[in-house]
Write a protein that binds this ligand. Structure first.
Ligand SMILES: Nc1nc2c(ncn2[C@@H]2O[C@H](COP(=O)(O)OP(=O)(O)OP(=O)(O)O)[C@@H](O)[C@H]2O)c(=O)[nH]1
Ligand SMILES: [Mg+2]
Length: 215
């Protein structure tokens, strides 16, 4: 009886998960490519041209299928500019996942990651899924941050990491599906099942673009 009860509650849990939108937030300095990453994931395109900074905050709903289960993500695109910071803090508390971006061509955006993590730990739930993304991986000739620097920083903070390109689409889908997979596994976790290993999943799936263009 205990066994079947556990299965029932697991099913109910999963049902509950599927009926709600899981809140995912994109954060990082202005210009790192948060809006572009979301547009690439949502519409499969990149709109080149002049940069127009996001004002305030907006969201896009996306359904991601993981292991034959539909997971609903509500992805919030925040403004990186300092003057909007207090607006975005209010959204951290309800976030299930956070994608933290820097731009591989910008040392400043990389150095600011520590400050972003401090803010995240201050305002977000302690069990929030965090993923570090080094975006603009296509711009290899302007690279300022080596991939191993990103890997090291991520390791220091025990968060998964990958390089992405909103322009070419490299690893964009993976970033969001890895988050969806992790959230789904957490919700449907049976006590005796092994935990979903997001780090290992990403390592096995990610494309290491521009592997040989370190300066
Ligand atoms: N080459 C290249 N350019 C990119 C990439 N992602 C974004 N960009 C460009 O970088 C600029 C900034 O991109 P956005 O997506 O607007 O940046 P953001 O992080 O949303 O900025 P805020 O809204 O101010 O926080 C734009 O000109 C984009 O076209 C990428 O992966 N590769
Ligand atoms: Mg933006």
């Amino acid at each position: 009886y205990i066994g079947s009860g556990m299965i029932e509650s697991k099913g109910a849990f999963l049902l509950n998960l599927l009926s709600v939108f899981l809140q995912t937030i994109l954060v990082g300095d202005s210009g790192v490519g948060k809006t572009s990453l979301l547009v690439q994931f949502d519409q499969g395109k990149f709109i080149p041209g002049s940069f127009s900074a996001t004002v305030g905050i907006g969201f896009t709903n996306k359904v991601v299928t993981v292991d034959d289960v539909k997971v609903k993500l509500q992805i919030w695109d925040t403004a990186g500019q300092e003057r909007f910071r207090s607006v975005t803090h209010a959204y951290y508390r309800d976030a299930h996942a956070l994608l933290l971006l820097y731009d591989i061509t910008s040392r400043t955006s990389f150095d600011n990651i520590r400050a972003w993590l401090t803010e995240i730990h201050e305002y977000a739930q302690s069990d929030v899924v965090i993923m570090l993304l080094g975006n603009k991986a296509d711009m290899s000739s302007d690279r300022a941050i080596r991939r191993d620097e990103g890997e090291r920083l991520a390791k220091e903070h025990s968060v998964p990491f990958m390089e992405t390109s909103a322009k070419t689409g490299v690893n964009v889908e993976l970033a969001f599906t890895a988050v969806a997979k992790d959230l789904k596994h957490r919700a449907a976790q049976h006590p005796n099942e092994p935990k979903f290993q997001i780090h290992e999943y990403i390592e096995s799936q990610k494309e290491k673009s521009g592997c040989c263009s370190y300066f």
